[in-house]
Every structure is written in C-alpha cells, then in structure tokens.
Design a protein around this ligand. Structure first.
Ligand SMILES: [Fe+2]
Ligand SMILES: [Fe+2]
Length: 324
C-alpha cells in the first residue's frame, strides 16, 4: 500500500490568510464598466495614453503573475503556504480577466485595437523583463537562492509597481469626475487583494521561511529595488510621453515610488530609505483605495462593494491576522 499522507488542517498564519482570501472573493463580471465608455472619451489624449499604458502593463503582468504563483506553490515546502499560493494564483486569474473583460465592455468592437496597441508597446514589455527572467531561472534551477529571488521580485512587483499603477488610474478618475469609475472599482478590489493578502504573505515568507538567508535577502532586496528605480525612471518617460498633467507628473510619481519602497523595506524588517515623502499624497492614496470610497450609483454599490463587504465583516480576519 502506498504511504500517502493526508493534509492535516492547521490554523497557522497561512491558513488564516487563506480563509481571509476566500472571504474576499469577488468576480470581474459583477463590475459595471458601462459608463466608462462615454467617460473615457472625455479624457484628454495624454490622460488616455497614461490610462492605456497602465492598463496594458497590468493586464500583461497579472497574466504572468498567475502562473508565477502556481509555480511558487510547487517550489515551497509548507503545505499551508502551498494552499495559500494556489488561492492567490486564482485571485490573479480574476485580476487579468477583469482587465480584459473591462476593455471588452468599454471599447466594444474596437477592443481589438486596444489589445493590439498593448501588444505592440516595447516599453510595456521592457518593464516586465526581470520578473519573467528570474521566474524561469527558479523553475529551471530551484535552489533556495533562486526561489528567494523569485519571491522578492513578486513581493516588490506587488508592493511597488502595482500600487504605482493603481495610483495613476485613481488620480485620473478622481480628477475627471469619475470618468472611469468601472475600472477604478475593479482596481480597488484588486488593490485590496494585493495589499492585504499577496504583499503581507510574501513579506511574512521572506521574514520567516528563510531565516538563515537573512543577509542574502537584504542584499537581493536592495539590489532589486535599485533596478526598479531605473525601470520606473524609464517607465515615466513612456507614461508621460504625451505630456504631464497638473495633478499627476514625474515629481508626484517619484514621491509615491519612494513611499512604496519605504513600505517594502519596512514590511520585511529593514530600515526605510527616504524621508522626503509627500504625506498628503500618501494619505490621499490610502484613503481613495478603500473599496467603499468611490461615488457610485446604488446599483453598483449593491453589485460588488456591498456584497463583498458583507462577507468581509462576517470574517473580519484582518485584525486577527495582524496580531499573528
Ligand atoms: Fe493581481
Ligand atoms: Fe498579486
């Protein structure tokens, strides 16, 4: 008889996170994108470009991240962490479908033009090179060092580059009377998944699963942050190539970049790097990204945010997870 082991339930940090993630379940088809069609047309050409660039990057990157999490589930030892990575991979699948579904809803018969445009932008692919390269390496040679590098990349992607993308869309929406409220609503759900489940999970993994690799983690984390700074400086050139706007420009984007770097370092237990942070902008972002904070019609509120929050209130695991 084959000696098979049954998975034994264990309520550790990863299981608590898993149960929180399951309680946060939402799906893309319940987001109402219909009004974004007329709203998008009211944006200035430079705002349209920023929005399309951001959306394109996120759709392509979240597609890759989905596979990245399923790979991580194979690469780690802890059974409860494997469970959690599979659940996160499932959330990533919802994310990339929500971008694709949104584009289809908003652009209708012109959706293919948008997809083709995204696929033809070298700048978007350039912003994704390192994450893809290191994931392939971790799969080919699954040493602890390579797995750590893959986790660091995923962690920094979700703690720095994704929030910067959310920031861009939120700013455009807020300064155009909710012109892209549908996409904004979906992004708030996505930001919630990223910042309350994916990011803390990988921070916890980096702090607790590889204790004997602490110096290596610090080195690789800081090396990758330095690369990200260069990648983001290059990305800003593309993002603002049609021009900046008063409420969103290189200066403000850089403030937010520094803030997200500080937060990444703090989450893994290292000293923050920057002091010159625009606190008002940070407060605005953290307030705006809250799920119930967009002015939406009652119908929209009922469809996503409300129902999701009911589930959340029942579970209310955030506090418990924070306290370990
Ligand atoms: Fe995602
Ligand atoms: Fe994620």
């Amino acid at each position: 008889m084959e000696n098979k082991k049954i998975f034994r339930y264990e309520k550790d940090y990863y299981t608590k996170m898993l149960e929180k993630a399951l309680g946060d379940f939402w799906t893309y088809s319940s987001v109402n994108y219909v009004d974004d069609r007329a709203g998008f047309e009211t944006l200035e050409p430079r705002e349209k470009h920023m929005f399309k660039a951001t959306l394109g990057y996120q759709s392509l990157m979240d597609t890759d991240v989905t596979g990245g999490y399923f790979d991580l589930a194979k690469l780690v030892d802890s059974k409860t962490l494997k469970n959690l990575y599979i659940a996160i991979g499932h959330q990533e699948m919802i994310h990339f479908n929500s971008y694709s579904y949104g584009i289809d809803q908003v652009f209708g018969s012109n959706a293919n033009e948008i997809f083709d445009w995204i696929e033809s932008q070298q700048d978007i692919f350039d912003r994704m090179i390192v994450e893809n390269r290191d994931e392939e390496l971790a799969l080919k040679e699954p040493t602890k060092e390579n797995v750590i590098k893959h986790i660091i990349n995923t962690f920094l992607l979700e703690q720095i580059k994704f929030p910067l993308s959310f920031y861009v869309t939120f700013k455009i929406n807020d300064n155009n009377s909710g012109a892209i409220n549908g996409f904004t609503q979906a992004l708030k759900e996505i930001a919630h998944d990223e910042l309350t489940t994916h990011v803390p999970t990988n921070a916890y993994v980096l702090k607790n699963e590889f204790k004997e690799y602490r110096d290596y983690i610090e080195l690789k984390l800081k090396e990758r942050i330095n690369e990200i700074i260069k990648e983001e400086i290059k990305w800003m050139k593309f993002l603002f190539k049609e021009g900046e706007v008063s409420y969103l420009n290189e200066k403000m984007y850089t403030y937010m970049l520094k803030y997200f770097i500080n937060k990444a370092l703090e989450l893994v237990g290292f000293k923050e790097e920057y002091e010159d942070i625009n606190k008002i902008e940070v407060l605005w972002f953290n307030e705006y990204r809250r799920i119930n904070n967009t002015v939406v019609s009652q119908q929209e509120t009922d469809s996503v945010a409300y129902s999701v929050n009911v589930i959340r209130n029942i579970n209310d695991l955030d506090k418990e997870i924070k306290n370990g």
